[in-house]
Design a protein around this ligand. Structure first.
Ligand code: HEM
Length: 573
């Protein structure tokens, strides 16, 4: 009934006529005419949808396809010539923008989903995610309507004033901002120096490296084969975020059990992370009687409960004895709770929002925290394994910097930073930023290289906008020979520079950028200092064949890098 009312309200005269025919025929029981009328209505409404889609994107060139790539149908059907699918921009990264002769193209579906624009030009991207426009012109879009229900209100998925409220509390935890200083003064007894925060990430990463070598039994091995390198990097990432982020007490081998649960914290993080897409599917799917759904559901609920208890515990600790508070305040979770405590009642986050933020950072967004760093470091090892010369150059610098003892050495490790940046350029783990036009608007798109001037294109409200990080980072306008791994392109670019775009840019840039870079540079430094990293190849396999097999990825919530088998060969000292 609701459908009928809505349909008739928005239908054209022809569609109304067809609807009447359908109703009439239905009364007459003529099933053939019924089917015909039904198909006619569908056809007319889809044709109408298609033309309004073309209008919404100013008829920009691009694929005309049945499904929007991020609609359930578009995701479930594999990428083919008629269905772009989630990995379209990744699979076609060397050719798609060239093919359409522009850095902006439009996907217009005729069956399911909205029209959308893909962008590989930075000037245009800045018009969307940069400063300058009204916050309502382009808003963050959720790939699934169930996301908010699952992640609750948090910094990643919120907009406007709600986002500013989250940012106000979360920002100081990561940046040395005025708010942070205010907070530091207000809570001098519990405040923790902000450079120390990253020094903590650095020293714990070094510790994790040594623990890993001991626990995996590598200390007396000259050759170590690692068939799936992300298994190691995921363990590292979970450990570091667990300790520096949340103060959890686990190490490389020991597991920290959830209080009421059947699994450990690490295991629950792994289960939820690797099934994040499933958890954001409709409720009825999650209720299907499959073991995997039950396992993921209980991992999520137990973790959520555990985090709630942790908030309460930290609140008590913060108002307790200074000594006890000082201990607790060293992790970001406690900083978040105390930052929230410092806010006026009006701007405070509820306990549920605090948990929502922790939860969202652990799992939402581009996979986040553990998964993004794990995949990024895995990609760096894979890429550099094919470049012994780059490893040797990095080693010279590492040895000059004498043993990478402290975080003070970090700015001098530019070669290792270059390796990490270049791998993240080639494998942008946060592979796209999905927005949508909040109102009718325009975009100014520069003409192709060599043609001065620009063009203004009109965009209608609700059009999806994909800031394509893959497209940007493979765009020959910014990178010569983008298909080649050249870590030297980042020489002289500071770790904080927005020229490096893989962490996004503008007001909604990644707040964990420094955390991720410090951890990755530190761990890669330790590995490259002690080992040659080589591709672990099959017999008869060449480097080209290995590269095609092992250095691949697929796009989903994040860019899932494949197994990347590598071999560590001990350096002779
Ligand atoms: C290599 C690792 C990482 C990569 C490649 C990465 C990339 C990104 C990207 C591309 C965005 C923008 C997403 C969007 O606008 O849709 C983002 C946002 C964000 N990232 Fe990261 N990230 C990484 C690690 C981290 C870490 C370690 C943390 C936290 C400790 C973190 C916290 C966040 C948060 C909270 C946002 C949302 C910011 C906002 O909307 O205001 N990220 N990240």
């Amino acid at each position: 009934m609701k459908f009928k009312v809505e349909f008739l309200r928005s239908a054209t005269t022809l569609e109304r006529l067809l609807w009447r025919t359908l109703s009439l025929n239905h009364n007459m029981g003529n099933s053939l005419s019924l089917i015909f009328a039904f198909l006619a209505i569908i056809t007319v409404s889809r044709v109408r949808k298609f033309y309004s889609g073309l209008k919404a994107v100013s008829k920009l060139p691009g694929p005309r396809v049945p499904f929007w790539p991020y609609a359930i149908s578009g995701v479930l059907i594999p990428t083919t010539w008629w269905n772009p699918g989630e990995s379209y921009h990744w699979i076609n990264r060397f050719s798609v923008y060239k093919y359409f002769g522009s850095e902006v193209f439009a996907i217009v579906p005729f069956l399911v989903g909205p029209p959308g624009i893909c962008i590989s030009n930075l000037d245009v991207a800045h018009q969307i995610v940069g400063n300058g426009r009204s916050a309502l012109t382009f808003v963050k879009s959720r790939s699934s309507p169930y996301l908010l229900e699952f992640w609750r209100s948090n910094i990643i998925y919120s907009q406007g004033d709600v986002w500013r409220k989250h940012q106000r509390v979360m920002g100081p935890v990561f940046h040395n901002t005025l708010w942070a200083i205010r907070l530091y003064i207000a809570f001098e007894t519990i405040g923790h120096c902000f450079t120390c925060r990253y020094a903590d990430v650095w020293s714990r990463t070094i510790q994790a490296y040594h623990d890993m070598v001991a626990a995996e039994g590598w200390h007396n091995m000259n050759v170590v084969d690692i068939p799936i390198v992300r298994n190691i990097t995921f363990k590292l990432a979970t450990l570091i975020i667990g300790k520096c982020g949340f103060g959890f007490l686990f190490d490389w081998t020991s597991q920290a059990p959830l209080p009421n649960g059947s699994m450990s914290i690490q295991e629950s993080i792994r289960v939820v992370t690797s099934n994040a897409a499933l958890m954001t599917s409709p409720k009825w799917i999650q209720k299907l009687p499959f073991d995997v759904f039950k396992k993921v559901g209980s991992a999520r609920d137990e973790l959520m409960q555990f985090l709630k208890e942790q908030v309460a515990e930290r609140k008590t600790a913060l108002s307790g004895f200074p000594k006890e508070s000082e201990e607790r305040s060293k992790d970001m979770f406690s900083m978040l709770v105390s930052a929230n405590k410092a806010e006026s009642e009006k701007l405070k986050l509820s306990d549920e929002e605090v948990v929502g933020n922790i939860f969202a950072m652990l799992f939402a967004g581009n996979g986040h925290l553990a998964e993004t760093i794990a995949y990024a470091i895995a990609a760096a090892l894979g890429c550099v394994s094919l470049h012994q010369d780059i490893q040797d150059e990095a080693l010279v610098q590492i040895e000059e910097v004498v043993g990478c003892a402290t975080i003070d050495d970090y700015p001098q490790l530019t070669k290792v930073l270059g390796i990490f940046f270049e791998a993240l350029r080639m494998f942008p783990i946060g592979h796209m930023i999905l927005c949508e036009a909040g109102e009718d608007t325009t975009l100014t798109t520069p003409n192709p290289v060599g043609e001065p001037g620009s063009e203004i294109i009109a965009i209608l409200k609700a059009t999806k906008i994909i800031v394509d990080m893959v497209g940007i980072q493979y765009n020959p306008r910014y990178f010569d020979e983008p298909e080649k791994f050249k870590s030297s392109r980042w020489e002289g670019i500071s770790a904080d520079s927005e020229i490096f775009t893989a962490f996004s840019f503008g007001p909604r840039t990644c707040i964990g950028r420094k955390f991720a870079i410090v951890e990755a540079v530190c761990w890669l430094t330790m590995v490259l200092r002690d080992w040659h990293v080589e591709p672990l190849m099959w017999p008869e396999e060449t480097e080209e064949m290995w590269s095609r097999r092992a250095l691949s990825a697929r796009a989903g919530i994040t860019l899932y890098v494949s197994d990347i088998p590598v071999r560590f060969v001990r350096r002779s000292r």
